[in-house]
Write a protein that binds this ligand. Structure first.
Ligand SMILES: O=P(O)(O)OC[C@H]1O[C@H](OP(=O)(O)OP(=O)(O)O)[C@H](O)[C@@H]1O
Ligand SMILES: O=C(O)c1cc(=O)[nH]c(=O)[nH]1
Length: 212
């Protein structure tokens, strides 16, 4: 595990973003851990988070024209990532969607820059891949092309079949998915920190059941 990854796990635990307990996921699975990016909820959190996202994009070498954040939690993520990239000299347009279409004023369900060219999707987690598939549909409907996905946490879970949701997305759409951390690193962290080792077994059991 790289130093930046350990620091990111500690940042997420310290802000209660990465929590342990019993959580129902969008996929219907019951998980012993949850990553709630909505709890990165101060200016300082977002400053730190935006730098972690921008650094991940820079490390990935992804080639893209515009950043897209899926509603809702992807919206601030895409926004602050675009700001951090601009700070380091890469000024990219960004856009996000509304979950419900607006039928007055400017109308439609895309806000921000027009979806054109190669689109990098920025979100918090991928579990079963539903949110990413919905984003890819929106991008294609607009006549643009998905170029990659950046998330904070790869939960390393099966999608619809035996592959991970991320592998399915990579194969089906031919695009890379980049994450800052993945579940295995969270598990390693829990096991090597006695104060969290009580959670390690439950997370490992969950991984045995739904992981790849
Ligand atoms: O891979 P999936 O199974 O789709 O799950 C992951 C998605 O679930 C959450 O979004 P959700 O739409 O639940 O909530 P939000 O409106 O808080 O972003 C999360 O932010 C991801 O976008
Ligand atoms: O699968 C989900 O719904 C999900 C998992 C997770 O860790 N965090 C989140 O916001 N959603």
């Amino acid at each position: 595990m790289h130093d930046y990854q350990q620091k990111f796990i500690e940042f997420a635990i310290q802000r209660n973003v990465l929590r342990f307990g019993e959580f129902t996921l969008k996929s219907g699975r019951t998980s012993p851990y949850f990553f709630n990016a909505g709890l990165f909820n101060t200016g300082n959190d977002l400053l730190q988070l935006s730098k972690a996202y921008a650094a991940a994009i820079e490390r990935s070498g992804l080639n893209y024209d515009i950043i897209f954040g899926p509603a809702y939690k992807g919206i601030p993520l895409a926004t602050v990532t675009a700001m951090a990239l601009a700070e380091s000299g890469s000024n990219k347009p960004f856009a996000f969607n509304r979950k419900e279409k607006k039928d007055h004023g400017e109308g439609g369900n895309i806000v921000g820059a027009p979806l054109q060219g190669k689109v990098l999707i920025v979100d918090d987690v991928i579990t079963a891949g539903t949110a990413i598939r919905e984003s890819i549909d929106l991008i294609r409907e607009a006549g643009a092309e998905p170029a990659g996905v950046l998330i904070a946490l790869d939960r390393q879970e099966r999608g619809n079949g035996e592959l991970s949701a991320i592998q399915e997305v990579e194969q089906e759409f031919g695009i890379p998915v980049v994450s800052i951390i993945r579940l295995q690193q969270v598990l390693d962290y829990l096991k090597s920190h006695p104060e969290f080792s009580g959670h390690a077994d439950q997370v490992a059991d969950y991984r045995d059941r739904y992981g790849v």
